[in-house]
Design a protein around this ligand. Structure first.
Ligand SMILES: [Zn+2]
Length: 413
């Protein structure tokens, strides 16, 4: 076997090619199962087939490239679709790193080095939450697919799958026995690397997140004729919960905790009408299960207390909950050693504030992630960018680390 060498210009070339598919300003508009998205999935499938992979698109649009190698495989990849009118690197970077690593192994004749290349469907949640990776570990039911609709267009997932020629195609289930683990590269989507002036992030934990909805029901009425003491103002009840949570959360959280009241609605939302109904989302994220748990209990307590003192009825609903995921310590060590060799003192260990498919996969196999910097910390925006130098450095570290992970796992067999 010759020395395995990736081609950084080919990595950039592929990324720039895919940037044109669904191009929007400086970014890309490539929602799950759109024409552009289906084109890119087929492109990846063809690329993998051309290096001797058995690749396919499964019944929920995951692109799956099985390596012909024997021995334990590394599951490598990320996602291909984007948020609406969003960035050109979010997701696709990790897929191209995995593809280039597979190509370099193929060209060097390293046929015993097994790397399966995946593009997980709908990481960006157009139809649901991590549908592709959850389907691969058996967490998505047919009923969930029946009910899923594109959050922007309302098109049912069944119809989108039919249009893509995927109706009736079997959904793949992962066999954890096949794998030594998974490795995903991604843009950071934040500004921690820039802040520390480092080029590579070695991810230790992907934070967990919980999302709730607080609902207040009062009485809609005239804003001029209803005295303050007779009002049942749902808007005021929601804002009171908001105010108390700001104080309570500030006392409980660490530097890594974030919380967001991203959506507040008053009904009917008119200047001269007392809101009869109001809703607010509360989203919390943290790497610690304990912190997430205590924030949830505090939220419950505040809503209950508010319900007792308020003239309105208050209720709290859980919208979604995902636990924090620790990345595998052995895989982290290999990645760290590789980063130390190629870019000494130019990497840090950090947490991921965003959710990723590696979190889903960590339920069934050792998982790992690395980040490259996002310029200005900007992401989920069409101006999202990473310098070519960082893209190339990331590709080298990714492929060397991936090859080290596979070699080591098969040495230990
Ligand atoms: Zn992403």
């Amino acid at each position: 076997m010759q020395e395995i060498q990736i081609n950084c210009e080919r990595v950039l070339g592929d990324l720039y090619t895919l940037r044109e598919v669904g191009k929007y300003k400086n970014g890309v508009h490539r929602p799950t199962l759109s024409e552009a998205d289906i084109w890119v999935r087929n492109w990846l499938k063809d690329q993998l087939n051309s290096i001797g992979f058995k690749s396919k698109i499964d019944g929920i649009a995951n692109v799956i490239g099985y390596s012909p190698a024997s021995g334990k495989k590394l599951l490598a990849g990320s996602h291909l679709e984007t948020q609406n009118r969003s960035g050109w690197l979010d997701g696709v970077l990790g897929v191209i790193y995995a593809l280039e690593t597979a190509r370099a192994i193929h060209e060097a004749g390293g046929h015993e080095l097994g790397i399966d290349v995946f593009a997980f469907a709908d990481e960006e949640g157009h139809f649901g939450s991590f549908l592709g990776s959850r389907s691969l570990i058996g967490q998505v039911t047919e009923k969930e697919i029946d009910a899923a609709r594109d959050r922007t267009t309302g098109v049912p997932l069944r119809k989108a799958l039919l249009n893509a020629g995927l109706q009736g195609v079997r959904r793949e289930l992962l066999n954890p026995e096949r794998y030594l683990g998974m490795f995903e590269a991604h843009i950071e989507q934040g500004a921690i690397l820039e802040h520390h002036a480092k080029s590579i992030g070695v991810v230790e934990t992907i934070v967990g997140s919980k999302q709730f909805k607080v609902i207040a029901r009062g009485q809609q009425n005239h804003a001029g004729t209803t005295p303050m003491h007779l009002r049942r103002d749902a808007g005021r009840a929601i804002l009171s919960v908001y105010q108390r949570l700001e104080t309570v959360f500030s006392n409980l959280t660490s530097e890594s905790t974030v919380w967001t009241f991203g959506k507040i609605h008053f009904y009917p939302n008119q200047p001269s009408i007392i809101p009869g109904h109001a809703e607010m989302t509360v989203q919390i994220r943290d790497p610690s299960r304990d912190v997430l748990g205590s924030l949830k209990s505090e939220l419950q307590r505040v809503v209950e207390e508010e319900a007792e003192s308020s003239p309105c009825d208050l209720e709290m609903k859980i919208e979604s909950e995902s636990a924090p995921a620790r990345m595998d310590t052995d895989l982290i060590s290999i990645l760290e050693a590789t980063a130390a060799k190629i870019a000494p003192l130019d990497y840090i260990k950090m947490n991921s504030g965003a959710g990723h498919d590696a979190r889903t996969l960590s339920a069934i196999m050792p998982s790992s992630m690395m980040f490259v910097p996002s310029i200005g910390g900007l992401s989920h925006h069409y101006n999202e960018n990473t310098s070519d130098e960082h893209i190339k450095l990331g590709a080298r570290i990714y492929s060397d680390a991936a090859i080290a992970m596979i070699s080591l796992a098969n040495l230990n067999l």
